[in-house]
Structure formats: structure tokens, C-alpha cells
Design a protein around this ligand. Structure first.
Ligand SMILES: Nc1nc2c(c(=O)[nH]1)N[C@H]1C(S)=C(S)[C@@H](COP(=O)(O)OP(=O)(O)OC[C@H]3O[C@@H](n4cnc5c(=O)[nH]c(N)nc54)[C@H](O)[C@@H]3O)O[C@H]1N2
Ligand SMILES: Nc1nc2c(c(=O)[nH]1)N[C@H]1C(S)=C(S)[C@@H](COP(=O)(O)OP(=O)(O)OC[C@H]3O[C@@H](n4cnc5c(=O)[nH]c(N)nc54)[C@H](O)[C@@H]3O)O[C@H]1N2
Ligand code: SF4
Ligand SMILES: [Mo]
Length: 722
């Protein structure tokens, strides 16, 4: 059937009292195209349908996407600001009363001013997230620096994309999560995927992944668990958690030895090869196997397939990045592409599976402790001047760089930071070493939380501000390809909820900084200022107008002017972003995980996701279908390991590490290494696996090592001997 005719027929099926709002999913970096169905009598969202005309996901959505619309009019929505008068109830759901916006703003402004007059400007902090549009992320950075005047701002991308960012900056001199558009993936000859549970976390990429194999190409997967993609892979590199650096080095070493190197490319477009070659000599298949636990045969086979493939894409995700050597892991896997010259052309390249909906754009425009809009550095006087000109402040007024997300909690615990404005994140579930983080939150003199549901973190707040869901506002988001797309408004905000940008404009007024914000009356006003602020930076969005985004199905950055169509493929001219125009091949010695197994803690604990829940679970645990499919966390244990501990399927056990303990139901599965256990992290309170995780930080990205620490299992008392 003709495409147009098909769409007409589908359209005719819609109810007459129904309109469709073209937009994208609220959750992950795939940003699947969807139409929200809106009843034109009630003006409420009533459902969703996938968009077949969206080129990245062509009509595909996952279980979270098809139920995402149920968030908007959910019974748990916060409809008015909440104030807690009795601080002794902090950390519980109790003690809040409803208040007017006026009262909430006045209280926040009075408290913020009081703390700053007593303890200095930097007594306040902002902790933010990237489920927000670019415009909101941009304004949050400006709000922290101009309205609050504090250096302390950081965001949840520090737990997510910061190692990928650090690795790409080091290897390429630029941090865009993918060097190619997603529409190239199914046309390549080999996918090498490390530390990504693609089928559960980016499910709508799967038709492209399977298509590579269906066309006769190869799939190589590096993961300690036999995930759905590992099960069908041509080679499954079932490594011990935390040993990727050795595996990547071992494969790179073979690529050189076996003559798969692209001499011309390495010579003309890279630096660092000789030094790396020298280091890689020690990484023989046997030595690599010893560290990683992967057989030498598999390592050899993987190197052979990747090396021989005419086109290949190296892809990875948090499995390799959430380690205290995450940046090194990214650069080490990127070395494979640089040594073989499989980059800077269609169907070949390097890509990370960006996590959150705006995990890419949200890290480029000033929510990170050291960054300003357009990926400018706050430590670079020229960059500061450029941004000051747009903001109307002097360079002297620009705060200094702050510290990373986890380090902000350390300062809260030490009472260096006294106040917090938290928005779009739920660190009381998602931060590592939670016993410490929860204590730090409790230690604050005053905390504000903006969210649309009362999250576990909001329970620590003195004031909770009701924000809107993605469907009640408009703006842009940058998907995992680096493609800037448009989110559209389908419904008016419920109750008295407001978009975050509007709260910040109104609060700035109370903080005496109205003149820098009062011109921003609509989301489009924020967008216009944001595009200007990014202009001239390397993440330049200036030419990505909303009209252009609509006309050409999104715009890939950089897009520098009105006439510029954007940049789907990076490095086609073989020009990298380092000053010498070359990419860097990195010599990276192996380092073990921060915490290796011991007699007391003999297991490796790794953590991650399931298809039915999203991050801290504050959104998805409230959706009945998703809750029913996965109502509680569990610990995956290999049958042989379960036998050793004499534990059975579905029995509850105690899991503990040096930092904390929690009880989980056992899920016995052969799809995990014998020395490793896995727990999904989407659950709150005493179920949070982050009570056990370690806050060992990567020296460059300050990413915590969520993916590996040493653990032990104990049977609960009262179980009869088996
Ligand atoms: N369903 C669902 N989808 C999501 C999300 C969600 O919460 N739920 N969140 C989104 C976000 S923000 C993110 S960041 C992404 C995350 O997407 P992914 O990174 O794909 O998800 P994870 O489950 O965290 O980890 C991926 C894999 O890493 C493996 N792994 C663990 N340790 C190691 C190791 O040492 N080396 C290697 N090579 N692999 C290891 C795990 O076994 C797991 O299969 O997903 C996005 N999509
Ligand atoms: N153990 C372990 N821990 C991890 C990870 C892991 O793999 N293992 N992964 C890490 C990763 S990759 C990530 S991304 C983090 C994420 O962890 P979080 O930052 O906690 O992520 P969310 O659960 O999305 O929290 C977002 C909160 O903001 C709200 N929200 C959504 N949109 C908006 C908005 O527009 N405005 C406002 N004001 N609020 C909004 C939601 O309701 C939710 O409560 O978790 C990290 N923690
Ligand atoms: S794959 Fe990601 S963006 Fe697509 S529907 Fe699922 S959660 Fe939403
Ligand atoms: Mo993430």
C-alpha cells in the first residue's frame, strides 16, 4: 500500500473528537517518534500511537513508551506547591501541607538569601537532570550562576554520560555521542557492542541490530550477562565486570598484529599510535584472558571479525562507562576504530547509547560544574566573555567551576553546602552509596525539590514545587544521534503545575535578579536566547530553528547558521576537533576495579536496568502495567553459585557489601557469570541496590563505579538447612 494512502486510512480510524500531537517519548535517548492522542472536548491526553514517519524509529515503541502518556493525568500528580513546617519529619512522606506559589517562592527566596548572607554565595547548590528540554537545561545553568550566584551546579548526567563525554573529548576533541546517524546502523557489516543491554534499554534500535545479522553481517557483544543481544551474538565476550580495559587492549593488539590497521589513516589523521602499540604488546590473548575470564579463542575470533569487516561500528553504554576507569574504557574501545580507520565515513564509526531523553543536549549547555552553553568551558576566559555578553553580566560576576554530583553530596555532609535546589532527578534512589547520600540530604538546612510526583528525594525537601510532564510544555531535545528534535505540548498543565523554566524566571525576580530573566515569557523566548548562547561554541545550535527541525526531521549539530542543514556524519573530512585536527589513539594501562572480590566479599555485584522501568522508577513504578510486569527488585544468581550458597529460586536472601545491605528475591539464571550477581536499580527505600554500591569516582569524569563492587550473599535466618 502506498505510504500516504496508509496514513490516510489510519487517520480515518481516529475518533472525530480527537487530535494528534506529533512529539517524542518522555524517556530514553532513542526519543521514539509518537503522536499523543488528545480528546478535543476535554482537551486531555487519552492515548498514544507510534509515528511511522519518524525515520529513526519508524513506528516502533517499547512498553514504557506505549504507557508514557498515562503519566500526565495520573492521580499522583502534584497539583500545588507543598511546604513542610516541621523539619524533624524530613526523609518521610509526612508533614507536607499545600501552599500557594506566592508563599512557596517567598519562603525559598528568604531562606536562600539568609543562607547566602551567613555562609556566602556558594552555600547554595543546584542538582539537575536531563529529562528536560535543552531550553530548560540551559536556563537551569543560567539560573544557578546568575540568579543564585553559586558555583555549585551539577546534574545526573554525571552518573550517566560523563565517561562517554570524557572519552570522546580525549579521543576526538569533541563529544557527540554518535559519529553517524542511527539510520546507518543496519547497513554496516559488523556491530561490536560492549556493556549495552540494547534489547531492554534501547529496544527500538533492535530492528537495526538484527538486520545486520540478517544481511550476513556480524554481531559481537561484550557483557558479563547473556543479555538478549548476547544470546544471538556471533561472539559473546562474557567478561568479568570491570575488566573492559584489558579486553579492548587485547583486541586492539590483535588488530595491529593481524594487519588490520589502516596505515594511511593512522599516519595522517591520528597521534599516539607508536606509544599505544608498545603498550599493547603485553596484551596477548592469554594475558587478556587471564584478566577478563574470556577465552583466548573468543578474543581472537572477535578481533578477526571486526578487523575483516569492510564497515563496522563500535557501540557501548553504561556497562563500560560506569566504572572508575570509564573514560579509559571509552577511549580504549574507540582505539579499535581509529587503528583500523573505521570512522569518518558512512556505516562505520563509534557510538554510545545515550541514556536519558536529553542526555546529549543536557550535557552541552551549562548544567555541568565546568561547562557553559555551547560546550564552552567556564575556565576559559574567552568562553566566559562570550556567555556573559548574552547574559548581560560581567566576567567577574560569573561563578567559578563547582564540583561533580557525588562531590556535592560530600560538601552537603560537611555543611559546606547548606541549601539545595533539586530538579529532575531522584538521587535518594539513583546516587551511589546511598546511606551516605541520604544522610547528606538530611543534613541540609533547606532543600527545594521540583518534580511532578513526590519522589523519594522530595521526601527530604522543605518545599516541593509541582513541575509539568514533558507533554505539557514545548521545546527541543537532542537524541542519541546528536539530532535536535522538537517536543510539542499536548495538554495544559494539570492543577497549578508549571514548567521549570517558568518557576526559575519567577524565582529570579524574588532573588532580585529579575532583569536577567523577565524577558523570558514563553518557551520559545527561552529557545531564542538559548540558540544565541550556544552560537560559536562547538555544540552550536544557532541554526537549529524550530521550523527547520520540523521541515527536515530534526537537525544534527553543529548547525551554525540559518542556511546550514546540520551535520549527520561527523569527521567525513577526516578532521577531528583537537587543535592539530587529529584523533588521539590512547595508550591505557590496565587498572583493576576499585574493589576486587575477597574472601569476605567473594562475588562481583553489578547493577543496571530492566525493560519495564526507567531509572529511579519514580515515573514507571506508578504505571500499573509496568508495575505488574516487574513489581520488585531481585538478584540474579548463576545456578552453580546458588547451589554453593544453598539458596533457591524466589527465596529471599540478604545481599551486602562494605557499605550496606538489602534483601532480595533470588532469580536463578544461567545468563550470568558464576562469580557475578546482578540487581536492577529502579526501586526505592530499603530496596535500593545503591545502598550497596561504591562511590569510587573516575579521575576524569567523576563517574561512580556503579557497575562493579565486591559483595556477599547470606541466607536469611529461619531457613531450614538444605
Ligand atoms: N528500560 C530502560 N531503558 C533505559 C533506561 C532505563 O532505566 N530502563 N535508562 C536509560 C538510561 S538513562 C541509560 S544510561 C541507558 C543504559 O543502558 P545500558 O547501559 O544498556 O543499561 P545497563 O543495564 O545499565 O547496563 C548495560 C549492560 O552492562 C552490563 N555490564 C555490567 N558490568 C559490565 C562490565 O564491567 N563490562 C561490560 N562490558 N558490561 C557490563 C550489564 O550486564 C548490562 O547488560 O538506558 C536508557 N534506557
Ligand atoms: N546502581 C545504579 N545506579 C544508577 C545507575 C546504574 O546503572 N546503577 N545509572 C545511573 C544513570 S545512567 C542515571 S541517568 C541516573 C538517573 O537517576 P535520576 O536522576 O534519579 O533519574 P530519574 O529517575 O529519571 O529522576 C528524574 C526525576 O525527575 C522527575 N522529572 C522528570 N522530568 C522532569 C522535569 O521536566 N522537571 C522536573 N522538575 N522533574 C522531572 C521524575 O519524576 C523523577 O523523579 O541513575 C544512575 N544510578
Ligand atoms: S525505546 Fe526509549 S524512547 Fe522509545 S518508547 Fe521506549 S523508552 Fe521511549
Ligand atoms: Mo543514564
Amino acid at each position: 500500500m502506498q505510504k500516504d494512502k496508509f496514513f490516510k486510512e489510519v487517520e480515518n480510524l481516529h475518533h472525530p473528537n480527537e487530535k494528534l500531537i506529533k512529539t517524542h517519548c518522555s524517556y530514553c535517548g532513542m526519543q521514539c517518534g509518537m503522536n499523543l492522542r488528545v480528546n478535543t472536548v476535554t482537551n486531555k491526553i487519552i492515548g498514544v500511537e507510534p509515528r511511522y514517519d519518524w525515520p529513526v524509529t519508524v513506528g516502533k515503541m517499547c512498553p514504557k513508551g506505549v504507557t508514557a502518556y498515562q503519566q500526565t493525568n495520573h492521580k499522583d500528580r502534584l497539583l500545588k506547591p507543598l511546604i513542610r513546617d516541621d523539619a524533624s519529619q524530613k526523609g518521610t512522606k509526612d508533614g507536607f501541607r499545600e501552599a500557594s506559589w506566592e508563599e512557596a517562592y517567598d519562603l525559598i527566596a528568604a531562606k536562600f538569601k539568609d543562607m547566602q548572607s551567613r555562609y556566602g554565595k556558594d552555600a547554595l547548590s543546584v542538582f539537575s537532570g536531563v529529562s528536560m528540554t535543552n531550553e530548560k537545561c540551559y536556563l537551569t545553568g543560567k539560573f544557578a550562576r546568575v540568579a543564585m550566584g553559586t558555583r555549585y551546579i551539577d546534574y545526573n548526567g554525571r552518573f550517566c554520560m560523563s565517561s562517554a563525554a570524557g572519552g570522546f573529548l580525549r579521543s576526538f576533541g569533541v563529544d557527540r555521542g554518535s559519529t553517524i546517524p542511527w539510520t546507518d546502523i543496519h547497513e554496516t557489516d559488523c556491530l561490536f557492542i560492549a556493556g549495552s543491554n540494547t534489547a531492554e534499554c534501547h529496544p527500538t534500535s533492535m530492528f537495526r541490530v538484527w538486520s545486520v545479522q540478517e544481511r550476513g553481517g556480524y554481531l559481537i557483544v561484550a557483557d558479563p550477562r547473556e543479555t538478549p543481544i548476547a544470546r544471538r551474538a556471533d561472539v559473546h565476550l562474557d567478561l568479568k565486570p570491570g575488566t573492559d580495559l584489558a579486553l579492548a587492549n587485547g583486541i586492539a593488539s590483535l588488530l595491529i598484529q593481524n594487519g588490520h590497521m589502516d596505515e594511511e589513516f593512522v599516519q595522517n589523521h591520528t597521534t599516539g599510535f607508536e606509544e599505544t602499540k608498545e603498550l599493547l604488546k603485553t596484551f596477548t590473548p592469554e594475558y587478556t584472558s587471564e584478566i577478563t575470564g574470556v577465552s583466548p579463542e573468543k578474543i581472537i575470533r572477535a578481533a578477526e571479525i571486526y578487523g575483516k569487516a569492510p564497515n563496522a561500528i563500535v557501540m557501548f553504554a553504561r556497562g563500560i562507562e560506569q566504572q572508575h576507569k570509564g573514560v579509559d574504557n571509552v577511549s580504549a574501545y574507540t582505539n579499535m576504530a581509529l587503528i583500523t580507520g573505521k570512522i569518518g565515513r558512512p556505516k562505520s564509526g563509534v557510538a554510545t547509547f545515550t541514556g536519558q531523553g536529553n542526555g546529549q543536549g543536557g550535557r552541552e549547555h551549562g548544567q555541568k560544574a565546568d561547562l557553559l552553553p555551547g560546550y564552552r568551558k567556564i575556565t576559559n576566559p574567552k568562553h566566559v566573555e562570550e556567555v556573559c555578553e548574552v547574559w548581560g553580566i560581567t566576567p567577574e560576576e560569573m561563578p567559578k567551576p563547582g564540583v561533580s554530583a557525588y562531590e556535592m553530596f560530600e560538601l552537603m555532609e560537611q555543611k559546606e553546602i547548606r541549601g539545595l535546589y533539586l530538579l529532575c532527578s531522584n538521587p535518594a534512589v539513583s546516587a551511589p552509596n546511598l546511606n551516605f547520600v541520604r544522610k547528606a540530604l538530611k543534613n541540609l538546612d533547606f532543600m527545594v525539590c521540583a518534580d511532578f510526583y513526590l519522589s523519594e528525594s522530595a521526601e527530604f525537601a522543605d518545599v516541593v514545587l509541582p513541575s509539568v510532564t514533558w507533554s505539557e510544555d514545548e521545546g527541543t531535545v537532542t537524541n542519541l544521534e546528536g539530532r535536535i528534535i522538537k517536543i510539542n505540548k499536548a495538554q495544559e498543565p494539570v492543577g497549578e503545575s508549571k514548567p521549570d523554566w517558568q518557576m526559575q524566571v519567577e524565582l529570579a525576580e524574588r532573588l532580585g535578579k529579575g532583569k536577567y530573566f523577565s524577558h523570558l515569557k514563553t518557551a520559545r523566548d527561552v529557545a531564542d536566547e538559548f540558540r544565541l548562547a550556544s552560537k560559536g561554541g562547538y555544540a552550536d545550535y544557532y541554526g537549529a530553528t524550530w521550523d527547520k527541525i520540523d521541515e527536515q526531521d530534526g537537525v544534527f549539530w553543529p548547525c551554525r547558521s540559518k542556511g546550514d542543514k546540520g551535520t549527520p556524519h561527523l569527521f567525513l573530512d577526516k578532521k577531528f576537533y583537537h587543535p592539530d585536527g587529529k584523533a588521539k589513539i590512547c595508550a591505557l594501562p590496565y587498572r583493576p576495579p576499585a574493589e576486587e572480590p575477597s574472601e569476605e566479599y567473594p562475588l562481583r555485584l553489578t547493577t543496571g536496568r530492566v525493560v519495564y522501568h526507567y531509572l529511579s522508577g519514580n515515573q514507571t513504578r506508578r504505571i500499573q502495567f509496568l508495575h505488574d510486569m516487574c513489581p520488585e527488585p531481585y538478584v540474579e544468581v548463576h545456578p552453580e553459585t546458588a547451589g554453593k550458597y544453598r539458596i533457591q529460586h524466589e527465596e529471599r536472601v540478604l545481599l551486602y557489601t562494605r557499605r550496606g545491605k538489602a534483601e532480595y528475591k533470588v532469580k536463578i539464571t544461567e545468563a550470568i557469570r558464576k562469580d557475578t550477581v546482578f540487581v536492577p536499580y529502579h526501586f526505592g527505600d530499603q530496596d535500593s541496590i545503591n545502598l550497596l554500591t561504591i562511590a569510587a569516582l573516575d579521575p576524569i569524569s567523576r563517574m561512580p563505579e556503579f557497575k562493579v563492587c565486591a559483595a556477599q550473599i547470606e541466607r536469611l535466618p529461619g531457613k531450614e538447612e538444605r
